[in-house]
Design a protein around this ligand. Structure first.
Ligand code: NAI
Length: 258
């Protein structure tokens, strides 16, 4: 009988964006706990420092790097440094993102539109562009891009955010098709409502705000960032080796009824 492949990253290297907070931090920590050397990138250096301290606290290997994922030169140099430092790249989690303040489409400024699309969508293009170049030389790899429930269903007053996240879902599937025969797997993850600083900002961090949004969750609670991280690791691992081109909802049933 053949063994079921494991979720094990010993000797492997992972690259995580938005690693200074929330889901990205949980994923960087989880990759390091599973044995990977991790490049953790963010624009928030204080947040990154917190992530690095947590990983180093259990003896994990981490390279914290300031990187604005909307800038090609920042992304390329963070990935070049990953190769210089750790020698390879096996897994990438392109996760950095921002929320959109609720607004009807006619009231969205061009600046806000550009900011949401650049941070949430263009960044994923830039990251994949340079990651795939490396993975082709490596002989393969796995990429997970953070979409959202808003990347599979439309939400009022969230048109820029929805456009960015539907874009991430579509681009992930197209990339999966393009590189499937080169051993590069690409998937999107679509989290439900996850208890992170982003959601705290979105709800005003009040009991009423939290209760209002929790009503959307059939399970009656928000998800934990670690519950997204676990799925990301599985998707990037040998255990998820036959999964590519998938947009996986991890959302407590939020989208089950659609
Ligand atoms: P968060 O706000 O806690 O963390 C996002 C991180 O991305 C921050 O550390 C921030 O500094 C970083 N970031 C923002 N712009 C950046 C840039 N230009 N370059 C580099 N880093 C940048 O948010 P959270 O909740 O952890 O979100 C992570 C991802 O998950 C985002 O893409 C978000 O849209 C998505 N998401 C979150 C959900 C939630 O309920 N929290 C639900 C569905 C999707």
């Amino acid at each position: 009988m053949t063994n079921i492949p494991s979720v094990d990253f010993v000797g492997k290297v992972a690259f995580v964006t938005g690693a200074g907070s929330g889901i990205g931090r949980a994923a960087a920590v989880a990759f390091a706990r599973a044995g990977a050397a991790v490049t953790a990138v963010d624009i928030n250096q204080e947040g990154l420092q917190g992530t690095a301290v947590e990983i180093e606290g259990f003896g994990g290997r981490v390279l914290p790097r300031r990187c604005d994922v909307t800038k090609a030169s920042d992304v390329k140099s963070a990935l070049d440094l990953t190769i210089e430092t750790f020698g390879r790249l096996d897994a990438a989690f392109n996760n950095a993102g921002i929320e959109q303040p609720g607004a009807m489409i006619a009231d969205i400024s061009e600046d806000l539109w550009d900011r949401v699309i650049n941070v949430n969508l263009k960044s994923v293009f830039l990251c994949m562009k340079y990651e795939i170049e490396i993975m082709l030389r490596n002989g393969g790899g796995a990429i997970v891009n953070t979409s959202s429930g808003a990347g599979v269903l439309a939400i009022r007053q969230q048109s820029a955010y929805c456009a960015s996240k539907f874009g991430v879902t579509a681009m992930s599937k197209a990339a999966a098709l393009e590189y499937a025969d080169r051993d590069i797997r690409v998937n999107a993850i679509c989290p439900g409502i996850i208890d992170t600083p982003m959601i705290a900002r979105y709800t005003g961090n009040t009991e009423e705000g939290r209760a209002r949004i929790i009503k959307q969750e059939p399970v009656g609670r928000m998800g934990r960032p670690e519950e997204i991280a676990g799925t990301v690791l599985w998707l990037c691992s040998d255990a998820g080796g036959f999964v590519t081109g998938h947009a996986m909802v991890v959302d407590g049933g939020q989208t089950a009824g659609i």
